[in-house]
Design a protein around this ligand. Structure first.
Ligand SMILES: *[C@@H]1O[C@H](CO)[C@@H](O)[C@H](O)[C@H]1NC(C)=O
Ligand SMILES: *[C@@H]1O[C@H](CO)[C@@H](O)[C@H](O)[C@H]1NC(C)=O
Length: 226
């Protein structure tokens, strides 16, 4: 009887050692405890306690592995969000004096030289084209401005927002009496990865800008759809 009690107490010590150790000795310790319980079930009340501890450990293990699974999923989702960040905002130039772009003999893409932000690198400052990095709903905004120099001179602030060479929207403002014109469009579009978004300057139109950044072209991903 005393020997059994001793064994049992030894068992409970072993359980404690087991709870706090995650090493390779666990199995041997576990076997010892089970042996104690098997050989002296009736006299050893603390075997019940050991069983409770074992249950708790199982529960703890299950909760832990559930949490680990959730954490892995959350990390993957966060990486996805981080990886698909896309936002650009550019202006025609950053010159001290008002400089005009156009008119040209053919339609020409507007190359916005001044970059405020180009998160994800989708906008190409050499070509003026924004290549959609990831399918999703994008917010796009375009503001055009032109200045005839003096009242009465020809003025045509026009340009069109295009996706893959197709016109999506065209803000336009031709002068009557005033010497300056400006127009803006803002829209949400569902775009596919690889789509090419750009601003086309039709024949006869021209845009003027300086550090005031009257001509801006912006776009950002609202949410991804793939
Ligand atoms: C708890 O998890 C450890 C490590 O994965 C494992 O070795 C042990 O057998 C588990 N215990 C229970 C009671 O399931
Ligand atoms: C840009 O040009 C306009 C029109 O000539 C002028 O009124 C404005 O002050 C200029 N902006 C800057 C920052 O020089």
């Amino acid at each position: 009887m005393q020997a059994a009690l001793l064994l049992c107490m030894l068992g409970s010590v072993l359980v404690e050692a087991n709870v706090f150790s995650w090493g390779g000795r666990r199995e041997t310790l576990r076997n010892n405890i089970e042996n104690v319980c098997l050989t002296d079930q009736a006299s050893c009340g603390c075997c019940l306690m050991q069983q409770q501890i074992h249950k708790m450990e199982t529960f703890f293990n299950m909760s832990l592995s559930e949490l680990e699974k959730e954490l892995t999923k959350t990390k993957a989702a966060l990486d996805n969000v981080r990886g698909s960040r896309s936002a650009f905002s550019v202006a025609l130039n950053n010159d001290n004096h008002l400089n005009c772009y156009g008119t040209f003999r053919d339609d020409k893409l507007v190359i916005y030289k001044h970059v405020f932000i180009n998160l994800g690198g989708g906008y190409n400052v050499e070509t003026g084209v924004f290549t959609v990095p990831r399918s999703g709903v994008y917010s796009l905004a375009l503001t055009v401005y032109s200045d005839a120099g003096s009242p009465g001179n020809t003025l045509a602030a026009c340009a069109s927002l295009q996706v893959n060479d197709m016109v999506v929207a065209g803000p336009t403002d031709h002068n009557m009496q005033d010497q300056e014109d400006s127009a803006t469009i803002v829209m949400a579009l569902h775009l596919m990865a690889g789509d090419q978004v750009a601003v086309n300057l039709p024949v006869g139109c021209f845009l003027c800008d300086n550090k005031s950044h009257y001509n801006t072209f912006s776009g950002f991903l609202l949410y991804a759809t793939d």
